[in-house]
Design a protein around this ligand. Structure first.
Ligand SMILES: Nc1nc2c(ncn2[C@@H]2O[C@H](COP(=O)(O)OP(=O)(O)O)[C@@H](O)[C@H]2O)c(=O)[nH]1
Ligand SMILES: [Mg+2]
Length: 461
């Protein structure tokens, strides 16, 4: 009986994939970009599909009515080995008194949703069908690791040394570099001295990350997930005197072995088990935060795209190709947290987003993926209203928190340039907003999630 059930369930899973009833959506972005908020809000919106006023709230998701969606809800997890996305905890934070932003989460998690709608194919007219959405949350930091798949230990060391020189104004690499140069590459490893060098290297990576730099590799050093303390993470790039000949038992051999193990057992495994299975991808970018970074952030973001492009030219084995693996047929680039600016600035934010990712998008398109762009706010913490100030009408933001006075944050540049970044840093007013107060059962206020849903699943209903 048990076997019969298992066979039945395996057959069901195969059929779902075959009949195009299942969509795996990856949500990517650097830490604190707004992934957790977006997934929470997406799940919340889908769970409200059965509500009477759902269609009117989702007016720019025309497929909702056209397909006759009548229900949305959580479905049992598909992959029991992956952590479940903590939706309930996130909702508890938002509905607590006072409301709090969902706890930050690092690492991979998954949540599965079911959407029921009418079947309009003529033989099955009137019957109900289901579309399953698997939503995957994973840190963008881990994604950058994909570039390591193409690098030997020596190439990795050289790339990091070059990066250290380039960003020396924002993050000083001299501490870890001198710790590395004191290690003896030809003797057996001194684990204590090596651990100290690893710690100094990790501190430097953290400083790079805090300065807003995107190239922080290996990503697991700053976001270890379940690998905290593992020997796999006990290596450093070799920036000491070049080593040509070494014994199997030497420190240098050990560093190489651990780097290779990291590349194969962590990066390749992540790619195989998680990333290569994704059908559609949302890349979340907090453009306003990126504008706040310094000169090095600007260069780093440009360089990141440059590296992506260079790698693309190497053909099918490049990690950029993998990033938009042939399975991914749609990529949505989303500028998050757009409730922090007034409505009349939204089109500027959209054009800024396009200018930031323009190089990357060319490659995704070349790979056959369809790209869309939008600005969104997953959890709207401020409302935009028109106020009369000295006889003139102006848009201002009003926070749910009465202690925050209505304010005009400033203008957003339309293109990604150094000069615009300086201007923005001088004049833009960042206000830290608490999340909106929610009563249990009330849908999360958002901006443009209906547009996102139309892009993501409209053609699958
Ligand atoms: N105003 C506003 N802030 C947001 C929004 N989404 C996220 N945030 C802020 O950004 C922080 C990080 O978001 P989170 O979703 O945890 O980022 P993650 O690390 O990418 O999962 C949150 O704690 C909020 O302070 C939004 O839609 N509006
Ligand atoms: Mg998160």
């Amino acid at each position: 009986m048990d076997l019969l059930k298992r066979l039945q369930s395996a057959a069901d899973q195969g059929r779902n994939l075959l009949l195009d009833r299942e969509l795996r959506i990856g949500i990517t972005g650097l830490s604190r970009g707004g992934k957790t908020a977006l997934i929470t809000s997406l799940v919340n919106t889908v769970c409200s599909f059965g509500d009477e006023d759902a269609a009117s709230r989702l007016s720019r998701f025309p497929s909702f009515e056209k397909a006759g969606i009548c229900y949305g809800g959580l479905a049992p997890a598909r992959d029991l080995s992956v952590a479940a996305f903590p939706y309930r905890n996130a909702m508890d934070s938002l509905t607590s008194e006072p409301p709090a932003w969902p706890e930050p989460t690092d690492g991979v998690s998954e949540i599965r949703l079911e959407i029921r709608y009418r079947d309009d194919r003529w033989l099955r007219k009137g019957q109900m069908r289901s579309l399953y959405l698997d939503i995957w949350d994973y840190p963008g930091e881990w994604l950058l690791d994909l570039m390591l798949l193409d690098l030997s230990y020596e190439e990795f060391s050289a790339a990091i040394a070059a990066q250290a020189t380039k960003v020396r104004q924002v993050a000083d690499a001299s501490i870890w570099q001198s710790a590395v140069s004191e290690l003896d590459p030809l003797s057996p490893p001194d684990e204590r001295a090596l651990a100290a060098a690893v710690e100094a290297y990790t501190a430097w990576l953290r400083a790079c990350k805090e300065a807003g730099l995107a190239m922080v590799v290996p990503g697991r050093f700053v976001l270890p997930g379940n690998l905290a303390g593992a020997l796999l993470l006990q290596f450093v790039p070799w920036t000491g005197v070049p080593v040509s000949d070494h014994d199997a038992g030497s420190l240098y051999a050990c560093l190489k072995t651990r780097y290779n193990a990291y590349r194969e057992q962590v990066v390749r495994k992540f790619y195989r088990e998680c990333f290569s299975k994704i059908d559609r991808q949302i890349v979340i970018i907090d453009c306003l935060q990126a504008l706040m970074g310094g000169k090095e952030t600007f260069m780093d973001i440009n360089d990141t795209f440059q590296v992506l492009l260079e790698n693309f030219n190497y053909g099918a084995s490049s990690w950029w190709n993998r990033l938009f693996s042939p399975k991914i047929d749609k990529v949505v680039f989303a500028a998050s947290k757009c409730d922090r600016i007034t409505y009349d600035e939204h089109h500027h934010l959209l054009s800024l987003l396009k200018s930031m990712v323009s190089l990357a998008v060319g490659q995704a398109r070349a790979d056959g993926a369809h790209c869309e762009y939008l600005v969104l706010s997953a959890i709207r913490a401020a409302n935009c209203v028109t106020a009369e100030i000295r006889g003139q009408k102006h848009q201002v933001l009003v926070s749910a928190d009465p202690s925050v006075k209505p304010f005009y944050p400033g203008s957003v540049p339309e293109i990604w340039t150094r000069e615009n970044m300086d201007f923005f840093q001088k004049y833009f007013r960042f206000v830290k907003l608490p999340p909106p107060a929610l009563s249990p059962g009330q849908p999360i206020p958002e901006l443009n999630l209906d547009v996102l849903l139309e892009y993501l699943i409209g053609d699958k209903l």
